[in-house]
Write a protein that binds this ligand. Structure first.
Ligand code: PLP
Length: 394
């Protein structure tokens, strides 16, 4: 008898994968240039030159046995020192190598945190709309997910429902700002209120409720929007960072967890996270790219195209009558669908070769996610397809 949960996870194709396959089929029929695939969140700009130059320099100049060898499980010490210096520089927040655990992207960071923190029966709160893998990661850690419905006016937080949902089993809360799929950035006001509630509830239940900040999109913001640094507002914060989007390196699988000194029993929490990394078999994050990312920690790819795309798409859709909460970051837009049934809406969109993802999978029906990490010309060309789609519902 196999593990039924794993069989299900391994066989159910995600909606995004289905769309991807459909896109390939349509491209063969009508030409790739006429298919508007907005399904996948794969960065469309190359990694900056400095990444490749650093990798080549490391390959040429390092001792190959060391360069390709195992590192410490928590990450090479020199790597963690460079990342700590970058955190201090960028966020003006104390950070030492002992506060950092280098991971295989944010996904592994989240899994290490959840497995390190959670016991059976624990609950982890997530705010809709949310990255669907959270449910898989939370349940994989033996906990259950409590979903707080979306605030569809601004994609901030419905605090009344949130407060009522916290109980003695609440172990952690995951926040993702800038957010996939809404593109919203939590304001300082939202963050302060969140921190106040978590402080009060931790005191009420005599145990810490951890805040897990999932931050792969931190650098991708528009109009110079500030993304509050959560450890400054709430002491029991664990930051899961990733270079997948900022450096356009999703396939290299690099990120880190920051466990600041202010976290209660920091050393114990760090040990639990390290134990989780060990039990999940991560061993260590990729050695070469640990060094590359640490040496390029303050760099980004040329992410300006995302702001250009956002402006064109948001204006185009609004002019056609779509309801759009303008994203403040990421490369996603999450407009309302023109009919309540978002699945039917996205199915209809396929008639116009528009591949967009229903909101229901993100816990927010009545919306659709558009990944605009594509060439700007494709955004421009797609507007007539969005117009035809709108017309079909008038
Ligand atoms: N969290 C969110 C919100 C994401 O959108 C993604 C990837 O798309 C991840 C985590 C995983 O990122 P990584 O490639 O760093 O594992």
């Amino acid at each position: 008898m196999l593990n039924e949960r794993m069989v299900a996870l391994g066989t159910q194709r995600s909606v995004i994968r289905e769309l991807f396959e459909f896109g390939k089929m349509r491209a063969a029929e009508v030409g790739a240039e006429n298919v508007f695939d907005f399904s996948i969140g794969n960065p469309s700009v190359p990694a900056p030159d400095v990444v490749n130059e650093t990798a080549l320099q490391l390959i040429k100049e390092s001792d190959p046995v060391l360069l390709h060898g195992y590192t410490s499980a928590q990450g090479d010490i020199a790597v963690r020192q460079m990342i700590a210096d970058s955190v201090k520089r960028r966020f003006d927040f104390d950070c030492r190598p002992e506060n950092l655990y280098v991971t295989v992207g944010a996904a592994a960071g989240l899994c290490c945190c959840l497995n390190g923190l959670c016991n059976p029966g624990d609950e982890v709160i997530v705010f809709a709309p949310y990255f669907p893998e959270y449910k898989v990661f939370i349940e994989g850690a033996g906990a259950s997910m409590t979903l707080i419905p979306a605030d569809i006016e601004a994609f901030q937080i419905d605090f009344d429902t949130f407060e009522k949902s916290i109980n003695k089993n609440t172990k952690a809360v995951i926040v993702n700002s800038p957010n996939n799929p809404s593109g919203a950035v939590y304001s300082e006001e939202t963050v302060k209120k969140l921190a106040d509630i978590l402080d009060a509830k931790s005191a009420e239940f005599h145990q810490p409720i951890y805040l897990i900040a999932d931050e792969p999109y931190r650098e991708i913001v528009f109009n110079n929007t500030t993304v509050p640094y959560l450890p400054k507002y709430y002491k029991n914060t664990l930051v899961c960072y990733s270079w997948s989007k900022s450096l356009s390196l999703p396939g290299e699988r690099m990120g880190y967890i920051f466990i600041p000194d202010c976290v209660e029993q920091q050393e114990l929490v760090y040990a639990a996270i390290a134990g989780a990394g060990r039990s999940l078999g991560y061993v260590n994050a990729p050695s070469l790219f640990q060094r590359v990312c640490a040496m390029c920690a303050d760099e980004t790819a040329d992410i300006s195209i995302y702001e250009t795309n956002k402006k064109i798409l948001a204006k185009g859709l609004k002019d056609m009558g779509y309801h759009v909460v303008e994203p403040e970051g990421t490369f996603y837009m999450f407009p309302r669908t023109l009919i309540a049934d978002d699945v039917a809406f996205c199915e209809k969109a396929k008639d116009f070769n528009l591949l967009i993802v229903p909101g229901v999978g993100f816990g927010c029906p009545g919306h659709t996610r558009i990944s605009f990490c594509v060439p700007t010309a494709r955004i421009e060309k797609s507007l007539s397809a969005f117009e035809q789609l709108a017309k079909s519902f008038r």
